[in-house]
Ligand binder design. Structure first.
Ligand code: GLA
Length: 358
């Protein structure tokens, strides 16, 4: 028996004896593989803090993101009402375990209470909405000052439809185009030390990439405090191509912004935007040829990221394992997906080994 096997067996018996799963000791930590490149993180919900997943998160990652707990609709559900419970628990878990926290997300058009946009049954005025969003940003950021090192200040402001430049959200409609500048300014005033990110998806697609680039460039030219581009990275085995991925990283980085990959997962299905039911006969097993494509895609993605380590400072997965991923419910209800590094038993998948073998 070689030394590595003896060590594994020893670790297994010690950890089993104290009732702790042994997986944490089994694999070299992902963050160790990437020590010379960028920090590695994962999004987590508060309910897994006391579950076996927590051990795996502590072992492999050095940053975390709240999956939902800091979203406007959860943390600030009504005027003057803040619900800190979930976010506080995750931040406390992070502080106890030496993990850094990415704050997600201050301003978004989804998962936000309608109360922001109304005033006694009528649409809120620009002044009122600015006052509310300033108070929202300031209260949340000041609570976590020194604990949350960077924030996704604004999420998904650029439309998918190329005939629109901006997404026509209530933020945009009520405040006007300068809402983006305002929210970054409020964030910078609330915590001048925090790194401030713009965050978006399909950020790899050439046409949308150009609009995001123009948007960020115009903010920077106006002196707006934006420090980073959050490439969400909700990819699939079909996209992005290597050249689109490289072009996107290089384009955003050319603005002097640091890049975070904020929500990596690689779906085994083509990208779809709207909810639908599973079609009869629609297969949701992970077939070997699909798994191979996923391994190749993860491998390409991480190789390109390593090549761009001078621009990329954090890479975060949108979840830990295929057991808990939004892609098991979205866009197709009850269709299994396999987008992450660990399987439903929390064992590392082939994709884990494909991104650590370099
Ligand atoms: C977007 C958001 C995330 C999350 C994912 C899907 O990308 O930024 O907060 O909601 O969708 O779960």
């Amino acid at each position: 028996m070689n030394k590595r096997v003896i060590w594994k067996l020893l670790a297994f018996s010690v950890f089993s004896a104290v009732g702790v799963k042994s997986y944490a000791a089994e694999e070299k930590a992902l963050k160790e593989y990437y020590k010379g490149h960028f920090s590695i993180g994962c999004a987590m919900p508060a309910f897994i803090i006391n579950k076996e997943e927590a051990g795996l998160i502590k072992h492999h990652f050095s940053t975390i993101t709240c999956e939902n707990e800091m979203k406007p609709g959860v943390i600030h559900p009504a005027e003057g009402v803040y619900n800190w419970e979930g976010a506080d628990k995750i931040v406390e878990f992070a502080m106890k375990n030496g993990l850094k926290v990415r704050g997600h997300v201050l301003v978004w058009h989804e998962q936000v209470g309608d109360w922001f946009f109304t005033d006694n049954g009528k649409p809120a005025s620009r002044e009122l909405l600015l006052k509310r969003v300033k108070e929202h940003i300031t209260t949340i950021m000041q609570r976590y000052k020194g604990k949350v090192y960077c924030w996704d200040v604004l999420n998904e402001a650029i439309d998918d439809d190329s005939t629109n430049f901006y997404r026509k959200t209530k933020w945009y409609e009520i405040i006007g185009e300068d809402y983006a500048e305002k929210v970054f300014q409020y964030a910078h005033e609330a915590d001048p030390e925090a790194l401030l990110f713009y965050n978006d998806y399909n950020e790899n697609r050439p046409e949308k990439r150009e609009r995001i680039y123009k948007f960020l460039k115009s903010l920077l030219e106006k002196g707006v405090p934006v420090h980073g581009m959050g490439m969400q990275g909700h990819y699939s085995i079909f996209e992005p191509t290597e050249s689109d991925l490289k072009a996107a990283i290089e384009k955003y980085a050319s603005l002097g912004l640091q890049i975070h990959f904020t929500e990596i997962d690689i779906s085994v299905y083509p990208w779809e935007k709207h909810h639908r039911e599973k079609k009869p006969g629609e297969n949701d097993e992970l077939l070997p040829d699909i798994e191979k494509k996923q391994v190749d895609q993860y491998n390409m993605l991480f190789r390109v990221m390593r090549e761009h380590k001078n621009s990329i400072t954090n890479v975060t997965f949108w979840g830990l394992s295929d057991r808990n991923t939004w892609l098991n419910y979205y866009p197709v209800r009850n269709r299994k997906n396999y987008p992450l590094l660990f399987d439903r038993e929390l064992k590392p998948k082939k994709v884990f080994f494909s991104i650590t073998d370099f």
